[in-house]
Design a protein around this ligand. Structure first.
Ligand code: C5P
Length: 228
């Protein structure tokens, strides 16, 4: 059986992928299925946590025992995560958040025109993970543990360590992007980068097993808080 090492803890997990509206019928999106985030929510419930799952466009049934907040855009996801995070012990940002959104959303459907289509101008979305780290750095005690996800294809360790530092999180779960792994598949594999510690390899396996391995690292940090 699983350890009940998250009992009494409130964890927030974001899952899925955001959609940024272009007009009432079109959006910019990504291929995230939400499977890994849902596995994190399910296993956290099993380990005794109170779980808030912020789900962006996921077509999976609600995990039993979790409070599910459904969102669509990065702005909605940010609002839901930051609100829940004020009272949370742990935040895990497993969602694929759009880095950019269309500068303006058309109120009516863009028509097929005779000439060249108008360009879609993009603006940057706020980095929610970095914002969580900055808030804590500014004196907030919570969340105690902040976990980010990253899909890296090359220089995994160097890029990952730089991202971990830049975003001010405690753990960064770096996905080995490749055939038959990550997006939409039942299996995953990852390296967990630990701020001020050694990387931990998570072998290829079902996403529930990967999730449990992530919670092992989170529970370890909750037991042995870093002294800043
Ligand atoms: O920088 P990159 O997109 O690779 O970082 C990925 C991590 O940052 C994920 O944990 C993702 O949920 C989070 N993120 C975020 N806000 C953004 C972009 C990414 O919180 N605008």
């Amino acid at each position: 059986g699983r350890p009940r090492d998250l009992a009494g803890r409130h964890v927030v997990v974001s899952a899925g992928g955001t959609r940024e509206a272009i007009d009432p019928v079109r959006y910019l999106g990504n291929r995230s299925s939400g499977l890994q985030g849902y596995a994190l929510a399910r296993t956290a419930v099993a380990r005794g946590a109170r779980v808030t799952l912020v789900a962006a466009n996921v077509s999976l049934p609600d995990p039993a025992g979790a409070d599910v907040v459904r969102v669509e855009s990065a702005a909605e996801l940010r609002e839901a995560v930051l609100t829940a995070a004020t009272a949370a012990d742990v935040v895990v940002m497993a969602a694929a958040v759009a880095d950019f959104r269309p500068a303006a959303r058309h109120d009516s459907k863009i028509k097929k025109s005779d000439g060249e289509p108008d360009p879609i101008h993009l603006v940057k979305n706020p980095d929610i993970l970095a914002e969580l780290g900055e808030r804590r750095h500014a004196g907030g005690p919570k969340p105690e543990v902040i976990v980010g996800f990253a899909a890296e294809t090359d220089d995994v360790l160097a890029n990952g360590q730089a991202k971990l530092a830049r975003k001010g999180c405690d753990l960064l779960v770096v996905n080995q992007v490749g055939p038959h792994l990550a997006f939409g598949t039942p299996d995953n594999a990852a390296t967990v980068l630990v701020a001020g510690g050694e990387p931990v390899e998570i072998p290829r396996g079902p996403k529930d097993d990967v999730a449990d391995a992530v919670w092992d690292q989170v529970a370890n940090l909750l037991r042995h808080p870093r002294t800043p």
